[in-house]
Structure formats: C-alpha cells, structure tokens
Design a protein around this ligand. Sequence first.
Ligand code: GLV
Length: 328
Amino acid sequence: MAKPAILVSRAVFAEVIDRLTACCAVDYHDADAPLPPDQLAARLAGKQGALSFLTDRIDAAVLAGAPCLKAVCNVAVGYNNFDLPALTQAGVMATNTPRVLDETTADTAWALILATARRVVGADRWVRAGQWQGWKFHDDWLGADVHHATLGILGMGRIGRAVARRATGFSMRVIYHNRTRLDPDLEAGATWVDMTDLLRKADFLVLMVPYSPATHHLIGAAELAAMKPTAHLINVARGGVVDDAALIEALHLCRIAGAGLDVFENEPALDPRFCALDKVVLTPHIGSSTRATRLAMAMLAADNLIAALSGQRPPNLLNPEVLKEKIS
Ligand code: GLV
C-alpha cells in the first residue's frame, strides 16, 4: 500500500523525520523560516497529513485546497493558528502537544520572574559595557524580592500549576484565577481569587491562559492600572492576551514595575518601544525551548499524525467530533 503523503512545514529534528519517513511519504520544508501562506496552501494540496507549527495558519481557505487532508498535527500546545471549527467542518483531525512542555515552560516563567525582579539582563549589559566602577551599597541595581512575595497566576492549568509548585521553595503566597475554581487537591495550597483581587494583590502576575477571541487583550490599560505599582507582569502564554501598547504606556507611567515577556503581539515584529525600556526582559518565544522538550513535542506530534493516518484515534485529538461524524 502506498505511504500517505504528508507535509512537514518547518525544520525539525532528524529523528522526527526518520520516524515519519518510516510510514509516510514526507514533503519536508527543511528551513527555519515558515512557508508563506500561498506556498503552505500549495504544498498541502494532495497531502493526507501535516506536521504543522504555530506559525502556520490553517483556515478554511487552506483546507479548501487540500481535500485529501485527514490530520493536521501541531508541534505546540497552543493551537490558535488553527481555525478549529473550519478543520472540524472539513472533517480534518487537529492535534496539539500537551503535557510534554509543562515543566520547561514553567522554568521559563521562573527565569523571567527572577530576571525581571533582580534586573539580571540590564546588570549583565552594564557590566559588559564596562560601566561597573566598584561595589556600592546604594547600587544602581536595587531589585524586588521574590521570596515571600505573592505570586498570582491567571490560568491555573497544568503549566500554571507547575509554576505554582516552584513557588514553595521561595516561600511565596500563591493566588490564582480561573473561570472555575480547581478541585482543592489540584490547588496544592494556592488560593482562588476573583480577577479583581488577582490584579490587586499579585506581586508577580504570570499569564498562562491560551489565546482566543475571549482572551484577546485580557490584560489592558484598566487591568494594568489595577495592579500594584511594584508588581511585575510575566507573559509566557501568547501575544495578544496583553495589549502591548497599553503595557508600554503602563511601564512608562510606572503603573507597574516591570515585565518579563516571551510572547508579543505580531511576533516577531514586536513594538520597538519595548526595546527602549530597561524594566522589561524580552525573550523570543522560547517557553518550551530545550532540546529535550522540543524533541518530545515533535515526537508527540509525529505520534499523533501516524495514529491519525493509520485509522487510530490520535492521543491529543482536539476535535473528536470529526470521528463521531465518521462513525455515524
Ligand atoms: C508554544 O508556544 C506552544 O504553544 O507550544
């Protein structure tokens, strides 16, 4: 039997390509840049599956040109690059890569908490620039304490809980907000609060909500104004959850003390005003970026794709309605 034709839309580890090649005819876009939308659409035509990335927009227009498509498997836990209703409507299975990146992404949130609180990046630049004239008691780098502070988590899913677990070692108080309160055994000592209290009480507010129309600009001017002037905002979730223009304004006006940002609106074309702000630490969407985790994510996406194309239910199916429709 002929192997199913698939597209791998960006460069990925060789082990993953070897695994896919064993059971699929792979059209490999072996490049670090995403395919432009017209080329993505052209290369999906005639394919039965795709290993996709968060930079690949998969919508009704793309799907209309790819009638043989059975599964699109994202190498990411977030899937706001998918028009999920359009995939479901087209009968195409969609999958993501949950769990394997939880701990690594929580580590990144903590890297940003500590880096913003203790001004690590600015201090490093200053030392390198030869500006350090000697130790001073009233030095230029007075930071904020992380230990015993209040950690606020907006979106207490698996990654949010992994961020919260790490706070124990820093003797922090942990508060969180979710639309629905977690079972007490999942809260692990964290306290549910409403959004107003979360904004008002957090010294470090970590955003962990997925991006969707419902979370677009969830943190805007009003929310930033409700935070403590000493608070730090950490975003390792998605650009668009924060209104970047409002954040820049709030930082300029000292409405909050700082921000650690791994994600931005319009990535990679972030607002250049961020770069002029000493109070922010900026990283290029590297939340899950360790070799082990990125490999685990890509392998999980490959497992999803292989399962879907061999008639099994993929482990991380996002739209099970597609299977129900096939059975009924
Ligand atoms: C990364 O941003 C992911 O969603 O996996």
